[in-house]
Design a binder for this molecule. Sequence first.
Ligand code: SAM
Ligand code: SF4
Length: 331
Amino acid sequence: MKDGYGRTIDYLRISLTDKCNLRCSYCMPKEGIQHVAHSDILTLEEIGRIASVMKDLGIKKVRLTGGEPLVRKGVTELVRILHTDCCLDNISMTSNGCMISEYAEALKDAGLGSINISLDTLNRDTFIRLTGSDELDKVKEGISSAINAGIAVRLNCVPVRDINDNEITEIAGYADRIGVPVRFIELMPVGCGRAHKGVSTDELKAKLEAELGSAYRLSNDELLKRGFDDIQGPAEYYGFGSFPGIVGFISPISHRFCESCNRIRLTASGFLKLCLQYPDGVDLKTPLRCGASDSEIKSIIEEAVLKKPAAHSFTTGSLNTDTRRMVEIGG
Ligand code: SAM
Ligand code: SF4
C-alpha cells in the first residue's frame, strides 16, 4: 500500500488498550485517564478482521502496544489469531515488562517473534519516581523470562533530563551483560511528554563516547554478523570503543525520519491514525460494526492512507497536534 507521497506502508501498530498498570510521568497522569468504554474497544475478532484486511493491503509487520498490551485479556489468543488465522509472520510487542513472566512461554507458542521492553532506569527509587510503582524487579524478571522463552528482546529507554539521563551508560552495560540491544528514544512532545525535557541523540552519544570510547556506526552487515537481524526501522545502531554492546538511537526530534515512515496506527477503539502527531485518520470500528465488506474496509483504509501527512512538525509546533496522551493513542 502506498501513501500520497509514494511511501510504502507495511507496518501496523495496534493498540490493545488504553489501560496501564504503570504511570510513567511522560505518558500517563498520576490520577489516570478517562478510559474508553469497554463496548467501544475493538474485540479480538474485530482486530483480527482488520489485520487480515491490512495483510491483503500489504502490511507485513504488526506490533501490539497500548497502554500496556499485557493487561488486555486474551492477548495470547490475539497473537495466535494474527499468526495462524491472518498468516502474519512478523508479530512483535512493546511492553513495560511487569507481566511478561506470566505470559512469555504462551506468547512465544502463539507466534510472538520479538518484544521491546521499556527500561528507563535500573535504580529502584528512580523507577518509583518515574512510574509510580515499585516494579523494577518484576520488569527485570520479565526481561529474563522473555529471553529464556526464545523471544527476541530489545530494551527501549527514554532518557528524561534530570530523572534518568545519568544512567545511560549503566543501562547500555546492563543490556550488554544480558545479551540484548538497547535503544535510546528521544522524548516526544506528545501529551504528558510536553511537561518534561528530553535529551537529544547527539548529547547521549557524546556522553557514551566520553565513558565508553569513540562511537562508530554499525552497518547492517555488522549487525547481522552479531546475530541481530531486526535491522529495519528508524533506529541507527552504534558501537562504542571496545564496548561489546549494540546501542541504538531513535531520533524523531533531532533527525526526523518521516521521509521513510512506513507505519500507521490502530487505536484500541478502532481509529486508524496516520501520524503520531496529528489527529487525522479514519474510524474503522463503525463500518466494521455496520456490516461493511472486506473490500469496503479496504477502500476506506486505502483512501485514508493517501492522506498520511508528509512529516511531523514537533519542533516547529502545529495547531493541529493530537491532544490525546501517548497511552490513549498507542505508543
Ligand atoms: N506500555 C508499553 C511500554 O511502556 O512499553 C507500551 C506502550 S508505551 C506508550 C510505548 C513506548 O512509548 C514506551 O517505550 C514508552 O517509553 C514510549 N513513550 C511514551 N511516551 C513517550 C513520549 N512522550 N516520547 C517518547 N516515547 C514515549
Ligand atoms: Fe504505561 Fe507504557 Fe505509558 Fe509507561 S509508557 S504509562 S508503561 S503505557
